[in-house]
Design a protein around this ligand. Structure first.
Ligand SMILES: [Fe+2]
Length: 412
């Protein structure tokens, strides 16, 4: 099946085998990761939990979203603008260059049309409405980051694909011209043709594979994007790794930090951050305006769909993080706080959204006044608009009849 992709061979495979990250026939993390290893007391989810367990796994109503096209036609005033389009898909406009991360427009994070995690939230704009792209970053080959129909649809635009070692075999198999693919090992960089924008692959702690037979045959990475004025971090998928401190030292300070916060479980702490570890990761990277990704789009774990946002919102309010949580499609321009200055009091991102598209906020704000204590920051928990009418608190997944002999890995 075409969506499974293709195994590396020839020179590509030789390059893979020469990577310091390769050993015993597969890519490895700096330290071994196993489900449950870091928290053996955590309850172990079963396959049944993954697909059927837990309440409030998807919102009862669509999330608020805005159409960013009117904003995109104007250049970013500060030279750096980000538009979250759902899950880990973000359009980053930096120094006049447009870079799209982990583009997924498909209906399912799956190789199958009728099977697998289905998106509960549409992308706020069709792929055809995107402005011209200079580069596409693909962090790793999991289905919720590398989507076959989306790559096919991007072919006409002919962007430069910057990705992790081995992932290029999939892209080439699907029709991307080899000269438009740059595969990086950790700490390697590519400079875009305009000459002053560089993309670097940096470590992450995760795994890869599009089928049972292809586990860890391709590399997983985070990425740093640098223009003369701005530096941006994109996590891809990762667990908490001390390598982030090295990334922060080498590339920080960051003007924008995008970290995954959704699809987590205590027993998967090695492979996904979740909101609590994302805050720790932000610290390790040296801080910066924080835009959470990998939530609000697909149901890939057992927690309620809004738990990543709520936990992050609470942590951000308590700790005074410069938290940016734009709505889907809401283009924002982050601004780094001067050294020693917290933006906690006015953490509302600069928004370019025009017109009356934010009028829902007034209504939501009134409801929040009655039902939820007002936050101390300027950030409104807009996602609660999709939970109105759901009174039940998050429930733990039902106890399985028996624990399985082996723990299922996350599917992303
Ligand atoms: Fe993943």
């Amino acid at each position: 099946m075409k969506a499974f992709g293709k195994a590396s061979e020839g020179l590509r495979l030789e390059r893979i085998k020469a990577s310091p990250q390769w050993g015993d026939g597969a890519f490895r993390n700096q330290r071994p990761v196993l489900p449950g290893l870091r928290d053996p007391q955590a309850p172990r989810p079963t396959v049944r939990d993954l697909f059927y367990g837990g309440d409030r796994r998807v919102p009862v109503a669509p999330l608020p979203a805005v159409d960013p096209r009117d904003v995109w036609v104007r250049p970013a005033g500060t030279g750096l603008r980000a538009t979250w389009l759902g899950h880990s898909t973000v359009l980053v406009e930096i120094g006049g260059v447009r870079i799209l991360t982990d583009p997924v427009w498909g209906r399912r994070a799956s190789p199958f049309r009728l099977l697998g995690p289905k998106r509960f939230q549409p992308v706020p704009v069709p792929l055809s409405a995107l402005p011209p792209l200079d580069a596409v970053i693909v962090s790793h080959d999991h289905y919720d980051h590398l989507d076959y129909p989306t790559i096919r649809a991007l072919l006409r635009r002919d962007p430069l694909f910057v990705t992790s070692l081995g992932v290029g075999a999939h892209l080439e198999h699907w029709g991307v011209r080899p000269e438009r693919i740059v595969e990086l090992d950790w700490w390697q960089s590519v400079t875009l043709p305009n000459g002053d924008l560089a993309i670097s692959a940096t470590p992450s702690q995760h795994f890869s594979g599009r089928w049972f037979t292809s586990r860890n045959a391709t590399l997983w990475s985070s990425f740093v994007i640098r223009s003369p004025r701005h530096t941006v971090f994109f996590s891809g998928d990762t667990g908490l790794t001390p390598q982030y401190e090295t990334v922060g030292r080498r590339f920080g300070p960051f003007d924008l930090v995008m970290l995954e916060v959704g699809a987590f479980h205590p027993a998967w702490g090695d492979m996904h951050l979740g909101p609590d570890n994302a805050v720790k990761a932000l610290d390790m990277l040296g801080g910066g305006p924080f835009l959470p990704i990998h939530w609000g789009t697909f149901c890939l774990a057992m927690h309620p769909w809004d738990e990543p946002a709520e936990r992050l919102y609470a942590a951000g309010t308590e700790r005074g993080l410069n938290l940016m949580m734009p709505m889907l499609g809401e283009a924002v321009e982050p601004q780094r706080a001067p050294d020693g200055v917290s933006l906690a009091g006015d953490a509302q991102p600069l928004s370019d959204v025009q017109g009356g598209s934010l009028s829902w906020r007034a209504a939501l704000s009134r409801r929040l006044d009655a039902r939820h204590p007002a936050p101390t920051t300027g950030l409104l928990p807009w996602w609660r608009a999709a939970t109105e009418g759901v009174a039940s608190p998050p429930q733990p997944p039902p106890e399985p009849a028996a624990l399985p002999d082996s723990m299922p890995w996350p599917i992303d």
